[in-house]
Design a protein around this ligand. Structure first.
Ligand code: NDP
Length: 284
């Protein structure tokens, strides 16, 4: 049976370190890291995320602002808010909760956020820096996965790393970070031929597709490290991953559960990025 990677415990340890580093940073500079979170509309899942982000800020000692805007907010109003936050010296990180309502142009909002305050690392400037391997911010979910791997004592060097999913938020940056960690990386997607043949080669398998229990035991090599990024709601309301835990865990050497694996790391890495942004701003 696999070792369970405890994302809650690792997340708590990382948050403890961020809190300590924040206290030192405030003592040295007199600056409190500040995060602004913007949410447009009333999507209940997004509201929960925003609440959790505010709590995480309190926990590590950041200043935070939440802008909960009505569904009818116009592009011009949202852009004006981003411009105001870009210019506000008390704000070091700006996060616009996605998805935005359909009438708003997501790409143009993400482009408008000052790359120095882009703590989600979605701006093409920051995406480009990840490609080069000279990044300031790492996208939160893939960064959280790397932290889980590292803190479990797993070395990616020379390993066959397979990422299932090629989204801009998870799959693609995930592959780049595994490559930076010297893994031999393959990216799979919905057009991959014979997916099981590829996943069975993986020493480290990261799954981010958004399909409940999709990866089953027969698709995984004996002794593989399996990281499940998926977050899917079952009909009974329960959260479940993209990996069929029951059949995969007996074969894996390490596995992340859902909930309690990758999920808790994402907001923690957002806190890390905000502290990095404040530190960079103070160094100017
Ligand atoms: P997207 O829907 O943007 O991307 C899904 C990817 O999976 C696509 O690249 C798609 O391929 C691929 N895919 C879909 N079906 C298959 C299939 N049958 N075989 C192989 N590949 C397939 O999702 P995200 O990357 O945003 O999210 C993925 C999952 O991770 C979701 O469950 C999401 O909720 C979760 N998530 C969790 C986070 C966390 O904090 N734990 C944060 C972000 C996401 P193609 O490109 O060809 O369509």
């Amino acid at each position: 049976m696999a070792n369970i990677i405890d994302g809650k415990a690792i997340s708590a340890a990382v948050r403890g370190e961020i809190k300590e580093n924040t206290q030192k940073f405030i003592a040295e500079t007199g600056i409190t890291p500040g995060l602004a979170v913007i949410i447009v509309g009333t999507d209940p899942a997004s509201q929960v995320y925003v609440r959790n982000k505010r709590r995480a800020c309190e926990e590590v000692g950041f200043y935070s602002e939440a802008y909960e805007l009505p569904e009818a907010t116009t592009q011009a109003e949202l852009e004006a808010l981003v411009d105001k936050l870009n210019a506000d010296p008390a704000i070091h990180g700006i996060l616009c909760q996605l998805p935005l309502p359909k009438h708003l142009n997501e790409e143009s909002i993400l482009l408008r956020i000052d790359p120095r305050k882009d703590v989600d690392a979605f701006h093409p400037y920051n995406v480009g820096r990840i490609m080069i391997g000279n990044q300031k911010f790492l996208p939160c979910t893939p960064a959280g996965v790397m932290e889980l791997i590292r803190r479990s004592g797993i070395d990616c060097t020379g390993k066959e790393c397979v990422v299932v999913g090629r989204s801009n938020i998870v799959g693609k940056p995930m592959a780049m970070l595994l490559l930076q960690a010297n893994g031999t990386v393959t990216i799979c997607h919905s057009r991959t031929k014979d997916l099981s043949e590829v996943t069975r080669r993986a020493d480290i398998l990261v799954v981010a597709i958004g399909k409940a229990d999709f990866i089953t035991g027969d698709m995984v090599k004996e002794g593989a490290v399996v990281i499940d990024v998926g977050m899917n709601r079952r009909a009974d309301g329960k959260l479940t991953g993209d990996v069929d835990f029951a059949t995969v865990a007996p074969k894996a050497s390490y596995i992340t559960p859902v909930p309690g694996g990758v999920g808790p790391m994402t907001i923690t890495m957002l806190m890390q990025n905000t502290l990095t942004a404040a530190t960079e701003a103070a160094a100017k």
